[in-house]
Write a protein that binds this ligand. Structure first.
Ligand code: IMP
Length: 394
């Protein structure tokens, strides 16, 4: 296992595990280069094997089905019909929500997989977490860096949704949009009115808490994720939609800033400067802000294909991960329901991505570690060939 500089770039080997009823890894594929269109559409080879990623996933699904059948737990095993079955509405034809999650400690290559898959979906969504450490996607020689936007934004036919479970640092979010040289991005982007805001002072507090922890630090990204979720849970946070009611926003912001200055000695917040900034961007943000719960459910009812791009990974889950060395949200499947506002029976495929070796950023338990800095070692080889260097963290 590798620790330290693990961040996603692409051109690596992925093992993709079908996370069906067995939660087993049943297949693998090699996503070998940066030409996703070639991967997606024109893999023409001798092909007994499927030529598209969707084909590969169907193949995996089929294999999983066979394993399940062999173990006697197949979906096709006759199940006594439940008496209330008639209450279950079948999904509209073509409708589905598929989910790609990280099944290790993050940086398994979700972005690459999602980038390829998203070409075939109508809506791509983020449901939890905040600006993560980021990944780079190269299309036609142009590099795009993503931290918060779903990488589906590169599919010019897809709508992108930032769900209510996400926490958003608007200055970084707007910079990320501005850095994309793709026309009409803001016409295809919707952000939930319920998504909570990460303020600069949340980021300062994140750094301060890490410093205070000293050698017991969590190794956070210092993007203010934990402190912003803390404000959400303390019920004194602000949400994206609050910007559209300026007197309310101003009053809540002053009170939240004061609360933080009282709680963290030495913390200084330029309250007037921040208010001016947020007032200036409120119109721009307002045009992107909607009730994404209604939007997503309507899209589902209209038969649209929806893809959820998970952030972080299961072992960083606040409930299921290696607490306290975790992030502050639920990167596992539960957050798709709560962070997008959809019911469980709307989910179809749930795919966990894994790497052949593990990497971890930050602190926390990691049973076997490889030396990465010494040339000639296995760790050094894996980290250089696997390009385990980050968009943010290097
Ligand atoms: P936070 O989400 O910044 O609070 O960081 C909490 C933990 O999650 C730390 O161990 C981070 O290194 C880890 N983490 C956060 N974002 C990522 C990511 O994108 N990839 C891998 N690890 C991450």
């Amino acid at each position: 296992m590798l620790r330290g500089v693990a961040r996603s770039q692409y051109g690596r080997t992925l093992a993709v595990g079908g996370m069906g009823a067995l939660g087993a890894v049943v297949g693998s594929m090699v996503l070998s280069d940066r030409e996703r269109q070639v991967q997606c559409e024109a893999d023409g080879g001798e092909a007994k094997s499927p030529s598209t990623v969707m084909g590969i996933l169907s193949d995996i699904h089929e294999k999983l089905g066979r394993i399940e059948t062999a173990m006697g737990v197949s979906e096709t095993t006759p199940i006594k019909p439940a008496p209330v079955a008639s209450f279950q509405l079948p999904p509209s034809p073509g409708a589905k929500i598929d989910v790609v999650l990280g099944a290790q400690w993050g940086d398994e290559g979700k972005g690459k997989l999602v980038d390829i898959l998203s070409q075939e979906y109508d809506v791509c969504a983020r449901v939890a977490g905040g600006s993560n450490a980021g990944h780079t996607i190269v299309v036609g020689g142009t590099k795009y860096k993503f931290h918060l936007l779903p990488s589906g934004i590169l599919n010019e036919k897809a709508m992108c949704v930032i769900g209510n479970g996400v926490v958003v640092h608007l200055p970084s979010f707007l910079n990320e949009i501005d850095s994309l040289t793709i026309p009409g991005v803001e016409d295809r982007l919707k952000i939930s009115d319920r998504a909570h805001l990460v303020f600069d002072f949340h980021q300062q507090v994140d750094g301060h808490l890490e410093t205070k922890l000293g050698r017991h630090k969590i190794g956070t990204t210092k993007k203010g994720i934990g402190p912003a979720y803390a404000s959400k849970i303390s019920r004194n946070g602000l949400r994206v939609g609050d910007l559209q009611n300026w007197p309310y926003f101003e009053q809540r912001f002053r009170s939240l800033a004061e609360h933080h200055m009282n709680s963290f000695e030495g913390l200084e917040i330029d309250v007037e400067g921040q208010l001016e900034y947020y007032k200036n961007i409120s119109n721009r943000v307002g045009k992107l802000t909607i009730d994404t719960i209604e939007y997503t459910n309507q899209a589902y009812a209209d038969g649209k294909k929806i893809l959820v791009e998970g952030a972080n990974a299961t072992m960083l889950d606040i409930d299921f991960g290696t607490y306290p060395y975790v992030t502050s949200s639920n990167p596992s499947v539960g957050s798709v329901l709560t962070g997008l506002g959809v019911s469980p029976n709307k989910l179809r495929g749930i795919y966990g991505t894994v790497k052949a070796y593990c990497t971890r950023v930050g602190e926390g338990p990691f049973p076997t570690e490889l030396e990465m800095s010494v040339e000639g070692t296995v760790g050094h080889h894996l980290s250089s060939v696997g390009a385990e260097y980050g968009t943010t963290t290097g």
